[in-house]
Design a protein around this ligand. Structure first.
Ligand code: NAD
Length: 261
């Protein structure tokens, strides 16, 4: 772990100086943490997989913390550490999420769904509740929650994940309204198919990958960095009038009927 610049200062109209990113050990969260660090923002990277945080911990300006976003004490510990080490917190990226929907009638389907809801929905609820006082103390800030195009439309056999991400998109609207008076903007990122661990199985099957890519107007999966750039935008002064919305970054998937020439 290297030391971030302590007491990261911010001036009105500047971008965030200190951010907290959950699910930062892999994929979109990791690309997001790396992008902030490259651009001189102090980052607290949180993941329940301590091992996955090891490489990030070597980057300049990045602190890491092992924690489970579905647990209240992990959220509290993360916000307290960020404020103690950076002197402020300007943005939180509540990105940790899991799949794992089981068929409707299979044993354990409801229990699996409850775990999905705990990480994908309870996690961001706890994250927002815990971060708001720190963001308010910084004079306002930004929250980005990673939802999914699977929260806008349903895909076969994915009901629990679909439900969790759909609820997140409306949670973001509600939180945006409630926290607007404090100058806190709350938005969702709705990624389409992105090359992360979640899609490792597809990557190993070129025929399946080509079949899926054919249905995406831009004809390819996103790289995690392309999602990170959208998160950056949502926390930047360029998005100063953007709140309560979902930014869809999906290569046109949601815009199409999935039947392309
Ligand atoms: P990923 O598996 O590469 O990364 C997810 C990270 O979250 C992992 O490092 C994992 O250890 C961490 N995590 C999981 N549960 C956690 C918990 N309880 N506490 C703390 N950390 C936890 O997957 P990704 O694709 O980068 O996913 C990031 C987000 O993007 C998720 O919310 C996912 O639902 C969403 N998303 C992904 C895609 C895609 O195609 N990859 C599409 C739409 C939405």
């Amino acid at each position: 772990m290297t030391s971030p610049s302590s007491s990261a200062a911010s001036s009105p109209g500047s971008g965030p100086r200190a951010v907290l990113v959950t699910g930062a050990g892999s994929g979109i969260g990791r690309a997001t943490a790396e992008l902030y660090a490259e651009r001189g923002v102090a980052v607290l990277a949180v993941d329940h997989d301590e091992y996955a945080l090891k490489e990030l911990a070597a980057l300049d300006g990045v602190l890491t913390l092992a924690g489970d976003v579905s647990r209240e004490e992990s959220n509290r510990a993360a916000v307290e550490l960020a404020v103690r080490e950076f002197g402020r917190l300007d943005a939180v990226v509540l990105n940790a999420g899991i799949g794992g929907t089981r068929p409707w009638e299979s044993p354990g389907a409801v229990e699996a769904a409850e775990r999905i809801f705990a990480v994908n929905l309870r996690g961001p609820i706890l994250g927002i509740r815990t971060a708001v006082p720190a963001l308010r103390a910084a004079g306002g800030g930004a929250v980005v929650v990673t939802a999914s195009v699977a929260g806008l439309r349903a895909d076969p056999g994915n009901w629990a994940y679909n439900a969790s991400k759909g609820a997140l998109i409306n949670l973001v609207r509600a939180a945006a309204i409630d926290h607007a008076p404090d100058g806190i903007r709350v938005n969702a990122l709705a990624p389409g198919l992105t090359w992360t661990r979640i899609n490792a199985g597809v990557r190993r099957d070129p025929v399946l990958a080509a079949e899926i890519e054919r249905r995406i107007p831009l004809q390819r999966f996103a790289e995690p960095r392309e999602q990170a750039e959208a998160v950056w935008f949502l926390t930047s002064p360029a998005a100063s009038y953007v709140t309560g919305t979902a930014l869809v970054v999906d290569g046109g998937l949601d815009a199409s009927l999935g039947v392309l020439p």
